[in-house]
Write a protein that binds this ligand. Sequence first.
Ligand code: SF4
Ligand code: SF4
Length: 210
Amino acid sequence: MNAKECLNMLREIKDVVFSTVDEEGKPQARYIDVMLVEDEKLYFCTARGKDFYRQLVRDGSVAVTGMNKEFQTVRLSGVAERLEESEQHEWIDRIFEANPVMNGVYPGDSRYVLEAFCISEGTGEFFDLGKEPVDRESFSFGGTSGGASEGTKVKPAGFLITDRCIQCGRCERACPQQCITDFVIDPAHCLHCGLCSEVCPVQAIERLGD
Ligand code: SF4
Ligand code: SF4
């Protein structure tokens, strides 16, 4: 699944979880509709009176996740930007055209209490729990043509067998997804559960990332 397919999957799921951080630094999550996906950009809207709106305007950092009926998930993190003031009505009209159900929720001109936001760059991961073995793939989207910006750099994650390995085979036998072969972890099928690291007698398996 590439970035475009992952964003389209979030649009198909439509009601997905958006998480932000409030003014006290506490996490807050809620379901929000993905209203449009175009050119690897994800559009949504919210009303000016909502806490979610205030959190977006103050910081913009957002994490999004959704799961479909096949137990496939997409999660991403990026920065949500409020679209230009002068274009807000146009975007809200476009959003309502693509999502007619919104007319019942915000009839008439009440729709303009909503404002449109766009996530145009970020990183994410596709995770297929419905397959055996599980499947996972990282992706980034957006950024400048001159190369990846900080927000689109995929961070290392998972576990790595280092050269401290004495080839005892314990991790391979313990791995619930059998994704260790010849003392190498296949990241595409790894759960990131850490069991391999726990059973290693010589601490040869390192956790990647933060
Ligand atoms: S983290 Fe879990 S799934 Fe991944 S290689 Fe280690 S034991 Fe296997
Ligand atoms: S458990 Fe540790 S030492 Fe044994 S094979 Fe795995 S990485 Fe190597």
